[in-house]
Design a protein around this ligand. Structure first.
Ligand SMILES: C=C(O[C@@H]1C=C(C(=O)O)C=C[C@H]1O)C(=O)O
Length: 357
């Protein structure tokens, strides 16, 4: 078939797609009206998951699950904006991995509020300046993001969903020869995560490694100086127009960051494959076995714990800790309810949401 024939057929299909999408939007609009009249929540991650799972099962074409997710997350985001535009804040700067995570879930059309600190993201959601906030919570090579964990306890926000992002770093510079590069900008954590690339390609060349606040700031600087380079995300290299010389330069291809979407007073309906996050301020009984007994309650009920992170009780002279605890299951599951009831105000429920990781 000739190129023009193929393109004509693509045009026909696009016409059909456009009609079907418009038809879908009509239905979404009606759902929006129903939700508004019953004051219910617009964003339903568990419904979106159900749609994606169903499509994956039905799929017999070239599209991978990842591709289906990417296309449909965009459709969902456009739909939600039609139901009610909702602003999303995220930990910036633009081009950060959190930006990438937020856009992956809320699409290119949402209104974004770029904020400089994790604290300001929490605050924007608390004050209602944004409906949703996106923050990192952990990296599987570097561990927990302490600021996020501490604000989860301090503030009164709910976890709506989690996002998992595979972290890839690129080496970007306006110079096309490594010999001409005098300095590399990046975040200290990124220098660490790309140690092998740096020692194999750049050692002994007298190149200075300069840590800056964010990888997108690194990209911005590398865009202003021809003899500099940045180790940054591909999204920020593109944002600042710095050519990418090497892609995926991280030591480990297992490098993933987990992000949380936060909102005020949000509760998901059970999806059947959920995760729950709670804060445990266990009773200060001064007897052995308090933590052991708490964990045993999960074990006895066959609840799979996925994380326990210990943090200090600030403002006390004693060395006491509180815990961020995550497990598989939903707050409406009977065994989970039992534990919540047993410990009462010692536990704070942050959310039950569709499990991704
Ligand atoms: C249309 C709805 O609202 C939102 C949009 C969805 C969609 O586009 O299919 C799905 C879930 C919600 O996040 C719905 O709840 O069904």
């Amino acid at each position: 078939m000739e190129l023009q024939d193929l393109r004509n057929r693509i045009d026909d299909l696009d016409d059909q797609l456009l009609n079907v999408l418009n038809e879908r939007m009509e239905l979404v609009k009606k759902v929006g009206e129903l939700k508004r009249s019953s004051q219910s929540i617009i964003y339903r991650p568990e419904r979106e998951k159900q749609i994606l799972d169903r499509l994956e099962k039905r799929n017999n074409g070239l599209l991978t699950r990842q591709a289906i997710d990417a296309i449909f997350f965009e459709i969902f985001a456009v739909s939600r904006n039609l139901e009610l535009p909702e602003r999303v804040s995220y930990l910036g700067p633009e081009g950060s991995f959190t930006h990438q995570a937020a856009e992956g879930r809320f699409g290119g059309m949402s209104e974004y509020l770029v904020l400089p600190t994790i604290h300001s993201v929490f605050e924007s959601v608390e004050t209602g300046r944004a409906k949703f906030g996106v923050v990192p919570i952990e990296n599987n090579q570097e561990g927990i993001v302490i600021e996020t964990v501490d604000f989860l306890r301090e503030k009164n926000l709910s976890i709506v969903a989690e996002i998992l992002l595979q972290v890839h770093f690129t080496f970007a510079s306006q110079s096309d020869s490594l010999k001409d590069i005098k300095r590399i900008y990046s975040k200290d954590i990124a220098f660490r995560q790309c140690g092998k690339f740096i020692s194999e390609y750049l050692e002994g060349m007298g190149i200075e490694l300069i840590p800056v606040d964010s990888t997108s700031k690194a990209a911005k600087l590398a865009g202003q100086e021809v003899d500099s380079a940045a180790i940054c995300s591909s999204i920020s290299a593109r944002l600042f127009g710095v050519p990418i010389l090497f892609d995926n330069i991280e030591d480990s291809d297992q490098n993933r960051t987990r992000f949380l979407i936060l909102a005020k007073d949000f509760a998901n309906i059970k999806s059947g494959d959920d995760k729950t996050t709670i804060i445990a301020n266990l009773p200060n009984t001064n007897r052995p076995g308090v933590l052991y007994e708490f964990l045993k309650d999960f074990n006895d009920r066959g609840i799979n714990l996925t994380k326990i992170e210990s943090r200090p009780m600030r403002g006390e002279a004693a060395f006491r800790a509180w815990f961020l605890v995550e497990f598989l299951g939903h707050i409406d599951d009977e065994p989970v309810k039992e534990i919540m009831h047993k410990y009462g105000t010692h536990l704070k429920w942050l959310g039950s949401y569709v499990r991704i990781s």
